[in-house]
Write a protein that binds this ligand. Structure first.
Ligand SMILES: NC(=O)c1ccc[n+]([C@@H]2O[C@H](COP(=O)([O-])OP(=O)(O)OC[C@H]3O[C@@H](n4cnc5c(N)ncnc54)[C@H](OP(=O)(O)O)[C@@H]3O)[C@@H](O)[C@H]2O)c1
Length: 262
């Protein structure tokens, strides 16, 4: 595992949607990489469990209850991160969800709920994280790289392929790619690298929103012949935040066992 450290020593990271699945695995991976991690999500008990796992992995960790669709919550999350750890070096804007609903049957509220968490919330996170990164030192993650790093969660669904009945999810995940590219260009000159990850089907709670036969069909069609594990996405996120990825910004990294190139 790549080690994360700022010019001043340790590295500080925020993971949204850290109460389960890919976010939890990533919080633990940040801790294993030597970073202090702030876990953000709505469910307190599950978020505190992630904190316990990150501490067991050898890192400092803190849970901040956050609804990432609310600007005031995201602003408070970043404020509490600075209060606790004094700096911000990395962020993984991962919170999200999707439901299969036919396009014409989807209500405006259902559209907004998915678009807000999958896309608007990623922008809100960038809006508050970037000034915090800029204000808290050049923060070389690893010399000679002088960049801080943000990874946004997209998905092959929307970012690479289409799936019927998944309009709000896939439109918002496609939007994350555009947001990531634009933000990456805007802040490249100030030493912040911004990338996206697009997982294929990963074995987490989110799959309970999908029919079992659909999950099985996808799993059978993956060239690597299995679903992905949350830790496999987490490893890619840590790598993108590390000096090993020092010349990568504005990229969308597909993590799908070969599904979209088969
Ligand atoms: N698993 C896959 O196959 C797959 C594939 C591609 C992309 N993804 C993406 O990966 C991300 C993580 O999903 P997962 O698979 O790990 O599923 P998961 O276990 O259901 O995790 C979703 C996380 O998002 C958080 N969340 C949802 N709404 C939130 C809100 N308003 N404010 C704060 N946190 C919120 C949830 O926490 P609380 O409920 O505690 O708030 C939870 O921690 C999502 O963006 C998903 O779209 C997943």
């Amino acid at each position: 595992m790549e080690k994360l450290r700022s010019a001043e020593g340790s590295s500080e990271a925020i993971v949204t949607g850290g109460s389960s699945g890919i976010g939890r695995a990533s919080a633990v991976a940040f801790a294993q990489a030597g970073a202090s991690v702030v876990v953000a999500a709505r469910r307190t008990q599950e978020g505190e469990e992630t904190v316990r796992l990150a501490k067991d992995a050898g890192g400092e960790a803190l849970f901040v209850q956050t609804d990432v669709t609310k600007a005031a919550d995201v602003e408070a999350l970043v404020g509490k991160t600075l209060e606790a750890f004094g700096r911000l070096d990395c962020a993984f804007n991962n919170a999200g969800f999707g439901k299969l609903i036919p396009l014409t049957e989807r209500s405006e509220e259902e559209w907004d709920a998915e678009a807000n968490v999958n896309l608007k919330a990623v922008w809100l996170c960038l809006k508050y994280q970037i000034p915090a990164m800029l204000e808290t030192g050049t923060g070389a993650i690893c010399a000679p790289c002088s960049s801080k790093a943000i990874v946004n969660m997209a998905s092959i669904g929307g970012a690479v392929i289409g799936t019927s009945n998944f309009t709000a999810y896939e439109a918002s995940k496609a939007g994350v790619i555009g947001l990531t590219r634009s933000a990456a260009i805007e802040y490249a000159g100030q030493g912040i690298r911004i990338n996206a990850v697009s997982p294929g089907m990963i074995a987490t709670d989110i799959l309970s929103n999908l029919p079992k036969d659909m999950v099985q069909q996808v799993s059978n069609a993956v060239p690597l012949k299995r679903l992905g594990e949350a830790a496999e996405v987490a490893n890619a996120v840590i790598w993108l935040c590390s000096d090993a990825a020092s010349y990568i910004t504005g990229h969308n990294l597909v993590i799908d066992g070969g599904f979209t190139v088969r």
